[in-house]
Design a protein around this ligand. Structure first.
Ligand SMILES: Nc1nc(=O)c2c([nH]1)NC[C@@H]1CN(c3ccc(C(=O)N[C@@H](CCC(=O)O)C(=O)O)cc3)CN21
Ligand SMILES: CC(C)C(=O)C(=O)O
Ligand SMILES: [Mg+2]
Length: 286
């Protein structure tokens, strides 16, 4: 990707104004980041969904700052010309502001993220303001906030009553006023997402929230159907069947080894004559 430059926070705001959709995808390691960049994604998110899709946890709650750092470092090595946002994981931005700044510093300085994403509304606005004032671009995340899954009681659509919808709009406005440069809207109705989007100057990036957002985000492993056995989520479109492709490729390899079809002579390196004479007392030809 010679010559390509990462989008900037101000470019993203202009994309909203111009009605130009923003495409974001998650990535968790060097190869996935490289592919997401080559594919032209505007933003790469190192999501704490890595807890589910690459570490095998049931929720994002067990994901640690060290986990996020490890993966963010790999992603920023793979995508050198793309704007990379890292999730701040569970409970790393709710303690003292010093602890929050220390955690943010590690993701920015060691992970080399360009921005951080935090889940929550008005209750974290002051934190968003402090991080923003320290020079860190902050992305908000409202609606279904998976780090609160045990409080919410499942992965279900949010903002269905007018009271909840009003609260979500107030939260979005509070985040914008605190300096957030964009807000993820996860699993809210299409109508509410469109309404909130119309009330904000900063772009919204939707997941399971309809076409009325300024951009979209999907989890890498979902859109590529890595886990071909998992039930398809309603809001996901399958763009490739990588799980089937990978399993098929590995199964073929295993079969070839067992049937001695791999490796072939062309996959091996032949010794020269001098070595051959020294092997097996020179009596055996390989
Ligand atoms: N692989 C993966 N994809 C994600 O999008 C994702 C994660 N993991 N982990 C963190 C959060 C959790 N998310 C989730 C998890 C489950 C549903 C889900 O089961 N959705 C149902 C609809 C629920 C309803 O109707 O209320 C679906 O069928 O889509 C949605 C978002 C989104 N994030
Ligand atoms: C689903 C997106 C928005 C996310 O937060 C993640 O991948 O962790
Ligand atoms: Mg996340």
């Amino acid at each position: 990707m010679e010559g390509k430059k990462p989008v900037t926070v101000s470019k993203l705001r202009k994309m909203k104004q111009d009605g130009q959709p923003i495409a974001m995808v998650t990535a968790y390691d060097y190869p996935s980041a490289k592919l997401a960049e080559e594919a032209g994604s505007d933003i790469i998110l190192v999501g704490d969904s890595l807890g589910n899709v690459v570490l095998g946890y049931d929720t994002t709650v067990p994901v640690t700052l060290d986990d996020m750092l490890h993966h963010t470092k790999a992603v920023t090595r793979g995508a050198k010309a793309t704007f990379v946002v890292a999730d701040m994981p569970f409970l790393t931005y709710h303690g003292s502001i010093d602890a929050t700044l220390g955690n943010a510093a590690r993701l920015m300085q060691e992970g080399l993220a360009h921005a951080l994403k935090l889940e929550g509304g008005a209750e974290i606005a002051q934190t968003v303001r402090t991080l923003t004032q320290a020079g860190i671009p902050v992305m908000g995340h409202l609606g279904l906030t998976p780090q609160s899954v045990h409080q919410i009681g499942g992965y279900k659509i949010q903002g269905k009553t007018s009271e909840q919808a009003q609260k979500l709009l107030q939260d979005a406005l509070a985040l914008e006023q605190a300096g957030a440069f964009a807000i993820v809207l996860e699993l809210i109705t299409a109508e509410l997402a469109e309404w909130i989007t119309s009330q904000l100057a900063v772009p919204t990036i939707g997941i399971g929230s309809g076409a009325g957002c300024d951009g979209q985000v999907l989890v890498y492993h979902d859109l590529l159907r890595y886990d071909s056995g998992a039930p398809a989520k309603k809001f996901v479109q399958t763009y490739a069947n990588i799980g089937d492709t990978i399993r098929g490729g590995i199964a073929q390899y295993v079969q070839d080894v067992k049937e001695r079809k791999f490796p072939l002579p062309k996959h091996a390196f032949a010794a020269d004559g001098e070595l051959l004479t020294s092997l097996y007392g020179g009596g055996v030809k390989i």
